[in-house]
Design a protein around this ligand. Sequence first.
Ligand code: ZN
Length: 462
Amino acid sequence: MPQPELLSDLRTIVGERGLVTGDAVRARASSSWLGAVEAQGLVRPSTTAEVSQVLALCNARSQAVVPHGGLTGLVHGATAGPDEIILSLEWLNSIERVDVAGRTMRVQAGVQLQRVQEAADQQDLLFPLDLGARGSATIGGNIATNAGGTRVVRYGMARGLVLGLEVVLADGTVLTSLNRMLKNNAGYDLKQLFIGSEGTLGVVTRAELRLVVRPRSHDTALVAAPDFAALVRVLHHLDAGLAGQLSAFEAMWGNFYDINTAPPTQHSAPLARGAAMYALIESLGAEPVADQARLEGLLGELLEAGVITDAALAKSDQERRAMWAIREDVFAVSRIARAQAFDVSLPIDAMLDYTRQVATDLRSIVGPERTFIFGHLADGNLHLVVASGEDVAVRRRVEEVIYRPLADIGGSVSAEHGIGTERIDYLSWSRTPAEIELMRTLKRALDPRGILNPGKVILTKG
Ligand code: ZN
């Protein structure tokens, strides 16, 4: 447990309201996915200078610090034990500037993703990063975890949408690198070190984000296909036919669509249940009438050729939201049993064999109709949700079945969720010893006392 002097010194930095202690921490910092948090202190700085003072103090006392954003991560990267202090960025919540001509926005780390999106929208701009947890996830957390989401096929991951960063290092040094230029090749691109480091190399306090002009057309469609190979043909046909406007291509295996459109979920089925595969498709463009006609034409061609068996185009925002709700309700599965969520990367041409093999192996471990697959097909990123229950040994076997084949096919145990604590044992299944050693070298250089989110991503010993 942190010493009382430390808590009182932290209070001196952030003020009475800035420090939460005792049982109140558990109430403040736990979430349904993360579970209960055991830390005894949660500190809420309101400026970068305060973040710097907090880290300088903790570094001097070798006090472990766990940064917190919106707590929507899926790999327990924000888990904090009784000896750790939580550093919440929730009070760094200003949108500082929108540069309309330069299409950039400077924000503090604690701003929710949805607020960033809305602030861009007010200026006829778009911040393209999007994911189901947009209402809770913060931009600092999105950056610290290099979030992906549903538009990566067109706009890339968080990494590609950050132009500059302000980061506080473990010893309290403020690294201000708030570059606004799209191009800056003056030496190492230091911000990339911190993006996706899950709070283990530094704490993100501000960011300069890249925006794009808001598209004038927004078309959403749902299609049903008879098998996986057909869905890949749909992707290629639309990618070619939409000339760069394809912005999302979300695959759903039939049983995922079925369970997510059946009671007790509130979602109705825009297409009949029972097909082998479904895909949710989004196109963003500049000409509403022509763009809709183009998408409709392409879907018509696919129907005529028998590549898809059914299609529905959203005719209103309400219909669009209803289609997305089916895809984003990823834990409908949890009503069967406590679920495990996976996030693997692999080449599209390896997906069919992989998913068949994994489904067969999992059936023998957890039983039939317990494995549900969906994901960002165009990115080579599949999510598997397995209703595996509480048994730790069963959950471990499920992990091995899903992760074991990935190395041979050039895949990854994490496409976008990160490593956190959940996948730390499997990092070496996707990274070489030389890669892991360089990660350790970087960790030791930037955080020699190991105070930043210890036990996450990379273990410094062993
Ligand atoms: Zn995803």
